[in-house]
Design a binder for this molecule. Structure first.
Ligand code: C2E
Ligand code: CA
Ligand code: CA
Length: 729
């Protein structure tokens, strides 16, 4: 290593001739070098071990250890491998010069020494040493860089035969040493994937013959069999005569980067579950396809495929299995497009038909170049068939259906978004028409859809702008006429349409998600009314509130109820929560847990519309409830006997057997009331006693404490005297 301080480069002279050694030292010290001396090889090596030198002058002929041997040993040490060694040889013959180089000498100086030249030779060697050192270092740096970048270099000789491969390239290609030692160009070409091999060969040749540089990414199968993606860059090497001598290139393994990019692309463009394009990517693809169809004046069809009742599939088999069912369906969709016999038709949708997953259980599909709408209908029916193939599932068989909406391009819409929207509306119509079928889009759907949207907006305002009212319908003990409770029933006081019944807007609220804020309002209003009644000193009768499925499933329900009780200082026994069977059946386990939780808090639970749903005895046993409400449909004709009568009678018996309170709803006539009472159902609710009334009117009833059947002439009970008032303390 060349020293940069002012003592000058450190030299070591090893020579057994003291005279010569002294003169050399003198000359070189005079020239500014820091000179050390050793009188034989052993002493010299010892000095070198103590501290490194920048250059060695080494006599060949020495006793014990000659100069060749010293040089050889020096070269084997880590430090000594690079230090310049000048051999002092008295034997000016080519054999000893040869031997000196073989031993690793950098250069030689023959004796007798020309003292004037000695200094120059030493200086020259030192300079060369520095240059070599820095070249070595930069080569090492390059190798390290190549190593890090997973790249290697190669050189292909102009004769077309010689292929020199850097150790780094050998690593990139997982090449065994024997291949690297005698690399032949063909060995390396053979690694390239069939599809790319000729391209690479042609490019390399063009670089060699015409000096044309190139860059290319291609796949290789490494010597160890692994397939990787590489990026290669090469250019011709031209000598000082302007002749092309070789092609030099670097080859970089970019597999990891490519894979990472692919992953990112997949995540951005594809649905993780099915591997199908996602909504956004699908729209991007549809645009150009439609443009192309426009140029060809060809038609397209957009199909919106919405799986029917998929939620209950998920409920029944769990989400993980539900996911695999969706994957299976997406595979069927793709397959039935591919094998479509429409492909026999020259104008038929081709490979360009595209499927994508656009919602949790919805897919879209674009049929390209269809001749007419009949073709689209054919494909839709084929898809419905494919979807309906039974799916073996554990010991069961699952048969799924879908509703498919079809929108035509350019008739219904001319862009991806418009087409999808129309197809979705048509699918919605197919669903309403009974599912498991296809429907074409028509303008009326559009009108209906916008009307629906307008109603939704309207309802949203109703909730926030105070257009809702809460009415109360008395629940009565038919034997005594005593009011035992009230059902809270919501009304919409519409600024233009007047009083709108819940039968009209509850379904809309449920579909749009507005049911949650609506229920919040009902619960709060019911609690506020209860508080007011208590403050007025009225008798407290519990209020029943209807809970729709989203409200019942809402994890915030418990906290919300507790907060309301606290705020209005009410006892949980003030509230009865009315739920329907179908609501409970969508997830029985969870429903049971939720019911238990609510009852432990002190709320009572009533099973509404009993008789219209599953009415499964097994489930009735499992659900922890307090009350059964016999649906009006059984009540209406019960008194005539017959089937409805039998059902009503057995429901009453069943409820009593389970220790439940049984309430008959929709009691309109004395005949019905008497029949029910006779069969043990005293709790009744219906127009016979009271219609749903605004809170003040209901409170007036409460004040009387009792209600009378509306048609006194048919009354089976004597008219009650004025009721006793019970006050709450
Ligand atoms: P529901 O829970 O079965 O409520 C009983 C319905 O029967 C009420 O209709 C009531 O007015 C009606 N009704 C009562 N007695 C008689 C009768 O003697 N004859 C006849 N023909 N009908 C009678 P309404 O108020 O129109 O409510 C309809 C449905 O809307 C309710 O059925 C309930 O499912 C739902 N609903 C009402 N208010 C709410 C609410 O606040 N939240 C939720 N989630 N749903 C509600
Ligand atoms: Ca109800
Ligand atoms: Ca009911």
């Amino acid at each position: 290593m060349l020293k940069l301080d002012d003592t000058g480069p450190r030299l070591l002279i090893i020579d057994d001739d003291p005279l010569l050694r002294g003169m050399a030292a003198h000359t070189l010290r005079h020239a500014g070098f820091d000179v050390n001396e050793a009188e034989d090889g052993v002493q010299g090596l010892a000095l070198i071990e103590q501290a490194p030198f920048d250059l060695l002058l080494l006599d060949v002929m020495m006793p014990h250890l000659d100069g060749y041997e010293v040089c050889k040993r020096l070269r084997q040490t880590r430090y000594g491998s690079r230090v310049p060694v000048l051999m002092l040889t008295g034997l000016n013959d080519s054999a000893s010069v040869e031997l000196a180089y073989e031993a690793g000498a950098t250069d030689f100086i023959s004796k007798p020494i020309n003292w004037t030249l000695l200094t120059h030779r030493v200086r020259y060697s030192l300079r060369a040493g520095v240059a070599i050192e820095s070249a070595t270092r930069s080569r090492e740096r390059l190798e390290r860089a190549h190593h890090i970048a997973n790249m290697g270099s190669w050189e292909w000789g102009a004769d077309g035969q010689r292929f020199v491969c850097s150790p780094e390239l050998a690593r990139v290609l997982a090449a065994p040493p024997e291949v690297v030692m005698q690399a032949r160009p063909d060995d390396f070409l053979a690694l390239i994937a069939d599809t790319d091999r000729e391209t690479v060969r042609a490019l390399r040749l063009a670089a060699l013959v015409e000096g044309e540089p190139y860059q290319l990414t291609f796949a290789i199968r490494r010597f160890d069999g692994e397939v990787r993606t590489v990026f290669e860059q090469a250019a011709a090497v031209i000598d000082h005569n302007g002749r092309q001598v070789s092609v030099e290139g670097i080859t970089q393994d970019i597999t990891d980067r490519v894979e990472a990019e692919e992953r990112i692309k997949r995540l951005a463009h594809y649905d993780v579950l099915t591997g199908l394009p996602n909504r956004q990517f699908f729209s991007e693809m549809v645009g150009p396809t439609l443009d192309r169809s426009a140029r060809l004046s060809a038609g397209c069809a957009m199909l919106y495929i919405d799986m029917d009742r998929f939620k209950s599939v998920n409920d029944a088999i769990g989400y993980a299995q539900g996911d695999s069912v969706l994957r299976l369906i997406s595979g069927r969709l793709k397959a039935s497009i591919r094998t479509s016999d429409l492909a026999m038709d020259a104008r038929a949708p081709s490979q360009e038909s595209m499927v994508s997953r656009v919602g949790a259980n919805a897919f879209t599909l674009l049929l390209v170049d269809i001749a007419d709408d009949k073709q689209a209908a054919l494909v839709a029916d084929r898809l419905l068939q494919a979807i309906a193939e039974p799916i073996a599932f554990e010991d069961r068989e699952l048969v799924l259906t879908a509703s498919i909406g079809i929108a035509l391009y350019p008739r219904d819409a001319t862009d991806a978004e418009g087409l999808t929207r129309c197809a979705e509306q048509a699918a919605y119509a197919a669903k309403s028409a009974g599912r498991a079928q296809h429907r074409f889009f028509d303008e009326a759907m559009n009108v209906r859809a916008s009307a629906r949207l307008a109603r939704e907006t309207d309802l949203r305002h109703a909730i926030t702008d105070g257009q809702l009212r809460l009415h109360y319908q008395a629940k009565v003990d038919a034997g005594s006429g005593l009011i035992t409770g009230a059902e809270a029933l919501v009304r919409w006081q519409h600024p233009e349409r007047g009083m709108v019944s819940p039968g009209e807007f509850i379904p809309l609220a449920e579909e749009s998600g507005l049911i949650l804020p609506l229920t919040d309002w009902v619960l709060e209003t019911a609690c506020a009314d209860l508080r007011r009644r208590a403050d007025m000193g009225l008798r407290m009768v519990p209020v029943s509130v209807n809970l729709s499925s989203p409200s019942f499933a809402d994890d915030g329900l418990r906290a919300q109820l507790e907060a309301l009780l606290k705020q209005y200082r009410l006892d949980p026994s003030c509230l009865v929560l009315e739920v329907t069977e179908s609501l409970l059946m969508s997830d029985v386990e969870r429903a049971v847990a939720r019911l238990q939780e609510l009852r432990e808090l002190g709320f009572r639970v009533s099973l509404d519309d009993f008789g219209t749903g599953y009415s499964s005895l097994g489930y009735l046993k499992r659900f922890p409830i307090d009350e059964l409400k016999i649906d009006r449909s059984f009540v209406t004709d019960a008194w005539r006997g017959g089937r409805d009568g039998a059902i009503a009678v057995s429901v009453i018996a069943l409820g009593r057997a389970f220790g439940l309170q049984v309430v008959a709803e929709g009691v309109e006539t004395m005949g019905q009331s008497t029949f029910l009472l006779a069969h043990g159902c005293a709790q009744q609710q219906g127009f016979l006693f009271a219609k749903p009334l605004p809170s003040v009117d209901f409170e007036a009833l409460l004040l009387d404490n009792k209600v009378l059947p509306h048609k006194p002439d048919q009354a089976v009970h004597p008219a009650p005297s004025s009721g006793t008032r019970v006050t709450v303390t």
